[in-house]
Design a protein around this ligand. Structure first.
Ligand code: TRP
Length: 358
């Protein structure tokens, strides 16, 4: 990851901090694009890691595009039965976590419905080499993790498709976790090469900047790996309060009675303290100290209560939205229409500079 063309991870982080300050001062100069694959329901790791940050940026007044990357689902698995169900559920989670569907600066759309966006993939593919696609570290990891013997070509080219997701709307900010940095670097390269080759360096496309997530890494309830639905260690946003309690009660802790906040040496206990801290807005060290000798039983019962209370408004909103899927579809139809307007303009401009006008 340190071999990013753009310098070291530390340098990327410093630039990201500067970008954050610029956004605070002038939110209207920025357009954010973020997105998710519709592979399943979202969990509290997503909420604290990315959803809240998106809602925050959007409420600052930043124009926010959210792509539901349904084509990406086909890259590392054979199943496609739940794509449409998962898409609706994603929209529900976005709205429940604070994205205002009535604010027209928020555009939520599945990319399969925006043909003009997808068409950008074709010229973009001619701007990268096979070797560049083959050495993408995130793709390599995903190939290993998929356990598949036959890797389809979509797996190798999806980062180029992702460049189309970002560049079709000329987004200049992409909030990302570390794993997405290679994709964003490729997007910047594609923008640069496109401008150089076809537009005599005129800025048809901006080189979007990464806004690195500040959220601490949330581990699963096993305390040993990232929270993730497929690893069975997650608390889903849609879980009931009883389910949430059951999961926390079973969370792994250690044999030391006194609660301390020590993420390196006591990852399981510290992860629970961290969650408590995120729900209460209080420092983890102080919370750990307060529980102290009352032990992990007390830590768990406190967390169960705080987390359920914290999630109660979000879950109530979720329930309400689940009862009105027609509204969710309306939000998507509006998003698709806005995204297509923007994509059509960009594609016209792209055809124009590529000498493909008739
Ligand atoms: N690859 C992202 C993920 O797996 C989803 C995604 C698709 C995305 N297109 C994007 C993220 C564009 C940011 C920008 O989560």
């Amino acid at each position: 990851m340190d071999s990013l063309e753009n310098g070291t991870f530390e340098a990327t982080m410093a630039r990201s901090d500067m970008l954050e300050r610029e956004i605070q001062v002038n939110p209207h100069n920025f357009r954010v694009l973020t997105g998710d694959r519709p592979t399943g329901r979202l969990h509290i790791g997503h909420l604290f890691g990315s959803l809240q940050n998106r809602a925050r940026l959007s409420s600052l007044g930043v124009n926010t595009f959210i792509v539901i990357a349904d084509y990406q689902v086909l890259t590392d698995r054979d199943s496609f039965e739940s794509i449409s169900e998962n898409t609706l559920q994603l929209v529900i989670d976005y709205i429940a976590s604070g994205i205002d569907p009535d604010d027209e600066r928020n555009v939520i759309f599945p990319h399969s419905h925006v043909p003009e966006l997808n068409q950008l993939l074709l010229p973009f593919l001619t701007l990268v080499t096979n070797a560049e696609l083959n050495r993408n570290p995130t793709v390599k990891e995903e190939i290993l993790a998929s356990g598949l013997k036959r890797i389809n070509a979509g797996m190798y080219i999806y980062p180029v498709h992702q460049a189309a997701d970002i560049l079709f709307c000329k987004a200049n900010v992409v909030p990302v976790g570390k794993d997405q940095l290679p994709h964003l670097e490729l997007t910047r390269i594609i923008a640069r090469r496109f401008n150089e080759k076809f537009a005599a360096n005129k800025k048809v496309f901006p080189e979007p900047q990464p806004l690195l997530s500040k959220a601490p890494l949330i581990l699963g309830l096993d305390g040993s790996q990232k929270m993730s639905k497929s690893r069975g260690n997650a608390i889903m946003l849609c879980a009931s309060e009883d389910e949430t309690a059951g999961l926390i009660k079973k969370a792994k802790t250690d044999s030391e009675r006194k609660i301390t906040y020590d993420p390196i040496n006591r990852p399981e206990v510290s992860n629970l303290v961290l969650l408590l801290s995120l729900c209460t807005g209080r420092a983890p060290e102080i919370l750990a100290d307060e529980i102290g000798d009352a032990g992990s039983g007390k830590l768990k019962s406190t967390l169960i209560e705080s987390l359920n209370e914290y999630l109660r408004p979000l879950r109530a909103k979720r329930k309400e939205l689940e009862g009105d899927l027609e509204f969710i579809r309306t939000v998507l139809r509006r998003g698709i229409s806005n995204a297509r307007n923007v994509a059509t303009q960009t594609l016209d401009e792209v055809r124009d500079v590529m000498n493909m006008k008739i």
